[in-house]
Ligand binder design. Structure first.
Ligand code: FAQ
Length: 321
């Protein structure tokens, strides 16, 4: 029998589609890559609550307000599952949060754009959640068990989010000319940033090759981006809206849509912290963290008191005797 070293055994497990679980041996680089990706993903869900949260008080009806509240709450839940998944790898949640608050951690570029009209809530659900699902369905098959399992539930919820966004777009696109114009304007502003969500081109993607070998990622950034364009163009046509890309064209030979070049300078600028809302987003998270300090302190004080009470309670004394 050939003797396999730990790293080869690990890769053999991945190749055989056996899930890696928290207590299994794993290369440090695998652990690090997962903590990086999962924590960036968790931060994205948490920061992602802000652009939509902006419209909760101004939703056009009670029904819309209830739906939006539920959606934003779902994003909080996703963030929490993902922080927990990162903890199974030995990451410390407080440290991860500190990295976000001090601007050291990355989160998705998309959440650094402003939501200036109600139609943006439709566009976010349709395009941003649509892009998120396209990327996350493959993650339900990621090699790391806790991440893959968290993704199953997250994807179900994201698909509801996508539909609520598309329903807003349908209502507006079939409404008055002014409403249709609002929907078109939202599409114009969210289209390109949504394509950027898939990350840099494959040639410029630092982590893709290794992450695909480890089956953390199963499809490349460009493959997923193409898949997103292919499913979204007919949806825009159904709405009677125009995608803001003069180079967009069906390519019979490839069986895919060709589309224009992304503005990569804008992408990297936003990733580096210089997008339209980066500072505002971090400030909002810092404020929420500071405003919540009393809750954390009260919880710790309560836990300490409870421990002390246990020590002096008659039952505890009798048990101790
Ligand atoms: N923005 O080598 P790659 C959502 C960074 S959740 C900012 O290709 P990788 C739900 C990347 O981190 C949306 N940075 O990296 C929702 C790396 O930097 P590093 C988030 C980006 O990891 C909806 C560098 O560039 N989804 O929307 C971006 O192999 C509505 C090189 O890139 C996830 O996080 C970007 N767009 O592939 C919530 C899914 N793209 O770490 C509220 C999980 C790349 O070396 C409302 N993540 N970078 O300093 C993934 O699938 C992957 O991490 C990718 C990037 C595909 C995002």
């Amino acid at each position: 029998m050939t003797h396999l070293n730990l790293e080869d055994q690990f890769q053999a497990k991945i190749d055989a589609e056996t899930k890696i679980e928290p207590k299994d041996w794993m290369p440090e680089a695998y652990r690090k890559t997962l903590i990086r990706q999962i924590s960036q993903h968790a931060h994205s869900e948490i920061v992602g609550m802000l652009p939509e949260g902006n419209w909760i008080t101004r939703a056009p009806s009670l029904r819309r307000k209830l739906i939006l509240l539920a959606k934003v709450q779902d994003e909080a839940g996703h963030g929490l599952y993902l922080y927990s998944a990162a903890e199974t790898l030995g990451a410390n949640r407080d440290e991860l949060v500190q990295q976000l608050l001090t601007g050291k951690a990355k989160y998705s570029s998309i959440f650094n754009y402003p939501t200036t009209s109600w139609a943006d809530i439709g566009a976010i659900g349709w395009l941003v959640d649509g892009a998120a699902i396209m990327n996350q369905v493959m993650l339900t098959r990621a090699s790391y068990g806790p991440y893959a399992r968290a993704m199953v539930r997250i994807c179900k919820e994201e698909s509801f989010h996508q539909r609520q966004g598309y329903e807003i777009m349908m209502t507006m696109a079939k409404g008055s000319p002014a409403q249709k114009q609002m929907a078109q304007d939202a599409l114009n502003r969210w289209w390109w940033p949504s394509l950027m969500m898939f990350g840099p081109k494959d040639d410029d993607s630092a982590h893709s090759e290794q992450s695909m070998k480890w089956k953390i990622k199963r499809k490349s950034n460009d493959e997923l981006r193409q898949q997103f364009v292919d499913v979204t163009v007919p949806q825009a046509e159904y709405l009677g809206l125009t995608i803001p890309d003069p180079d967009l064209q069906w390519n019979e030979d490839r069986g895919h849509y060709d589309f224009g070049e992304i503005n990569w300078e804008e992408f990297w600028n936003v990733v580096k912290g210089n997008g339209p809302c980066n500072r505002q987003r971090i400030q909002a998270r810092v404020k929420a963290y500071e405003d919540g300090a009393w809750v954390r302190e009260a919880a710790v004080a309560y836990a300490e008191k409870k421990d002390q009470r246990k020590l002096v309670s008659p039952k505890a004394q009798a048990e101790a005797a």
